[in-house]
Design a protein. Structure first.
Ligand code: HEM
Length: 412
């Protein structure tokens, strides 16, 4: 056994810094080569950089608790906390919850997230994506507002069972929630987001009560049926929490991912042309984009005890940042890891959906939505090009990455 070393400190690592926000990958590669783990004072977190260590942490929920998954990285202002306290009663159910509670709630959700329910969505994803693409006019278009934002938002709300006529209101309540828990929002932003979270929470409570009175054929009603069969095991507040949490998890992630996908493919024009010529390549391309430019390049944990990671000591109660984006380009696991290649055979080994008990429950839906969006774009606009010299604007935060706008020239 080798002696563990004291944890190095990296004073320059700052995921909210301009260079990282513009392009984190050179920084991720640098820190991965330098040390298996380090302390980053800018975010008061211990950061883990390599594939094997990140995989081990994901597979060890006893040591690496998920409890901090949704907690604001930076303390909120008193005013925002007061708004939440008055009307927002969410509690941990899945991504920020440990066993045994996580095991129970996840088991029920896994049932309701059945292959059958996901399959019933496929024609709806095609129909919605087709409607959105049909509405695009030739010329310069922002693909985020035209397609990659509305498609996952509509699909996750439909999946949960929210009625079509509420979509615009729901979308307006979801804005900017990334900044709240993963970034450094201003006081005004905190106030706005907190009020929206209260509205949205109350909407979810009323919606679940409606489904309890009259279940239909949707995901929430499936959970209600599970509740009715065994009320102790899945309570009504549990279901409200799931509905609340899913609307975020299933929405921003996929918007950002599809934006990253279109950008990467159009920058690598030859690979976009290959994909348009042979659309059976799309599922492989989706995995390569997940590996190369995921919408969640980093995720959080907190240690329950002191632990040694890659020979580096990390104390108990250490807030941890797992650099999934660095793991996905670790040369120990991927050949020529910095090369984007949709023909790569082993890209599916990426850690972009996590691994172990918290493995992303929405992975099949996210993959399906991205696949269908790319398929339609390849059919309808193989000649589409990125508008040159545009500045890509990415939100500054520790976990989520995707362009807020993506300007393309849509052909005649
Ligand atoms: C490309 C899009 C997506 C990416 C990159 C992504 C990534 C992730 C990651 C990294 C985790 C955390 C795993 C962990 O803590 O170990 C996660 C968990 C989760 N994701 Fe996703 N996700 C995506 C789309 C979705 C969608 C569409 C949904 C819902 C429909 C969803 C629902 C969830 C839920 C509920 C969890 C928590 C699971 C648990 O803790 O048991 N995600 N996802």
């Amino acid at each position: 056994m080798t002696d563990a070393m004291a944890c190095p400190v990296n004073h320059s690592f700052d995921p909210l810094g301009d260079a990282y926000v513009a392009d984190p990958y050179p920084i991720l590669s640098g820190v991965r080569e330098e040390a298996a783990a380090f302390y980053a004072p800018a975010i008061d977190m211990w950061v883990i950089t390599r594939f094997d260590d990140i995989q081990s942490a994901l597979m060890d929920p006893g040591t690496f608790s998920a409890a901090v998954g949704q907690r604001p990285v930076f303390p909120l202002a008193e005013e925002a906390r007061a708004i939440l306290k008055a009307g927002f009663h969410a509690y941990p159910v899945m991504s920020d919850c440990d066993p045994p509670r996580h095991t129970r709630i996840r088991r029920h959700n896994q049932k309701a997230f059945s292959a059958r329910r996901i399959a019933t969505l496929e024609p709806k994803v095609w129909a919605k994506a087709t409607e959105l693409v049909d509405a695009i006019e030739p010329g310069v278009v922002d693909l985020v507002s035209a397609l990659t934002y509305p498609l996952p938002a509509y699909m996750i709300f439909t999946f949960i069972g929210f009625p079509d006529e509420d979509m615009d209101m729901l979308k307006s309540w979801c804005g900017n929630r990334i900044a709240f828990s993963w970034g450094r929002p201003t006081l005004d932003e905190q106030r706005d987001i907190a009020s929206n979270m209260v509205n949205y929470w109350q909407y979810c409570e009323e919606f679940v009560a409606k489904r309890l009175a009259e279940p239909v054929d949707d995901f929430t009603s499936d959970l209600i049926r599970i509740h009715r069969a065994d009320p102790e095991s899945l309570s009504i507040p549990d279901i409200t929490n799931v509905a609340y949490g899913l609307s975020f998890a299933g929405h921003e992630t996929t918007t950002s991912f599809t934006g990253n996908a279109v950008r990467r493919l159009l920058v690598n024009r030859g690979q976009w042309d290959d994909l348009c010529a042979d659309r059976s390549l799309i599922p492989k391309a989706v995995e390569e984009i997940l590996r190369y430019d995921s919408s969640i390049p980093a995720w959080r944990r907190i240690t329950t005890r002191a632990v040694t990671v890659g020979g580096v000591e990390i104390p108990a109660n250490a807030k941890i940042l797992l650099l999934l984006g660095a793991a996905n380009r670790d040369a120990k696991h991927f050949e020529a890891p910095e090369t984007f290649d949709v023909h790569r055979e082993d890209s599916r080994k990426h850690l972009s959906f996590g691994q172990g008990i918290h493995y992303c429950i929405g992975a099949p839906l996210a993959r399906m939505e991205a696949r269908i969006a790319l398929d339609l774009l390849a059919q309808r606009a193989p000649g589409m090009r990125l508008v040159e010299d545009q500045d890509f604007d990415f939100p500054a935060n520790v976990s989520f990455r995707g362009p807020r706008k993506l300007l393309v020239d849509w052909p005649q």
